[in-house]
Design a protein around this ligand. Structure first.
Ligand SMILES: [Zn+2]
Length: 385
């Protein structure tokens, strides 16, 4: 085990010990990172959330404009309802695997970046390295947006962004987008012995859900993109609730659904299709009985798809640093599309495997952290004049 291996493990243990589940504050972790950076003479800018309970951090090492942003999110998914073999907030080493909540997603990358700070500060960098830590990535990539909005004003506009989400250190240049919706069906209640006087919101919701499945089948049969698995945009309904008792015609039903779109897909295609189906096929029938009946679909949030531009500086840099000769895609969403939209060429490359993210007994292989440390040391080499 090299010195850097044990240092990065110790750093990861410290980061995992902060319970930064998205619903909780991340301020203790951010204060820890800030103090650590202060120790190397690196100043941080904190970007607090509107309620002050959370913050993002931006710190630069080295002079000049542009620079390479190393981006991680501080939050992790809940452990509730999962059965862990050991305390999820106490990093455990077993068989060269480091177990703990966030070890893979994505404190392993942040630990590698922080452990590399002494190396970065010891070099005469010809352009800066920026450390970016966000919050609320797991609940719609909301925390990084106010930070990105300050690029080019009081924060520098990085030339390249590397998002260190778990890719087994493979170079990822695209992922699908995610759009989330809530549909609320309002009918009219009645006694179940006189159903003709009511508008059954659950039955109409069921018809909408069948339409969602038909739209999904149509998208699956369209021209596909074989770089993705599955090679088409997908839809699914995730939750449904409605009704009060079996002897009352239910007057409301609501369901949450999601679209995962290929990067080139037409935005809002599925919601527009669903709305016109509701207008033409369902509402006339509903309003014959209950004039106030309605179907409302609300867009709850989106994580944009990510597609690096041809010849992207970020992709060439990551290929050079990893020695890989090809890029691939991932099936999960990240903050990469937001950086790319802001005009920063972006790439995703980081330690860990998707199979270990979000599950009980989440872990990152020690060798993945070693790979990330050597990636960051090559980055320092490349940026040294
Ligand atoms: Zn993540």
């Amino acid at each position: 085990m090299t010195g850097s291996s044990s240092e990065v493990r110790e750093m990861l243990a410290k980061l995992v010990a902060f319970d930064t589940t998205s619903a909780k504050s991340n301020l203790e972790l951010i204060a820890f990172v800030k103090t650590y950076l202060d120790g190397y003479g690196v100043a941080s800018t904190l970007i607090p959330s509107a309620d002050g309970a959370k913050a993002s951090l931006f710190a630069s090492i080295g002079p000049g404009g542009g620079g390479i942003g190393l981006s991680s999110h501080s939050d992790c998914v809940p452990v509730e309802g999962q059965t862990w073999s050991s305390d999820p907030f106490k990093l455990q080493l077993r068989d060269d695997k480091l177990y703990g909540r966030g070890s893979c997603d994505m404190k392993g990358f942040l630990a590698s970046v922080l452990t590399s700070v002494p190396l970065f500060t010891s070099r005469e960098l010809k352009e800066p390295i920026h450390i970016i830590v966000s919050y609320d990535e797991e609940v719609g990539c909301t925390g990084v947006r106010p930070l990105i909005a300050r690029f080019g004003s009081d924060l520098p506009h990085p030339r390249v962004i590397i998002v260190g989400e778990f890719t087994n250190m493979a170079v990822i240049d695209a992922h699908k987008g995610v759009d989330s919706y809530r549909t609320v069906v309002s009918g009219r209640d009645a006694d179940s012995s006189l159903p003709q006087l009511g508008v059954n919101a659950i039955s109409f919701a069921a018809e909408l859900i069948e339409e969602i499945d038909r739209i999904g089948a149509e998208l699956a049969s369209r021209k596909t993109n074989n770089r993705f698995q599955p090679p088409f945009s997908t839809l699914q309904v995730g939750t449904i609730k409605g009704g009060r008792a079996s002897n009352i015609v239910p007057n409301t039903c609501e369901f949450l659904w999601q679209v995962r779109s290929l990067p080139a897909a037409e935005l809002d295609y599925a919601s527009k299709r669903l709305n016109s189906y509701a207008e033409q096929m369902l509402l006339p029938r509903m309003r014959c009985v209950g004039r106030a009946a309605s179907i409302e679909t609300q867009h709850r949030g989106s994580v944009p798809a990510f597609l690096a531009k041809p010849g992207s500086e970020a992709v060439s840099l990551a290929l050079a640093l990893t020695g890989a000769n090809a890029t691939s895609t991932v099936s999960y969403g990240t903050e990469a599309g937001l950086f790319e939209e802001a005009g920063c060429p972006t790439v995703i490359c980081g330690p860990g495997d998707i199979e270990q993210a979000h599950v009980a007994d989440e872990f990152v292989e020690s060798s993945q952290l070693d790979g990330c440390m050597s990636f960051l040391s090559k980055l320092a080499e490349t940026l040294t004049s």
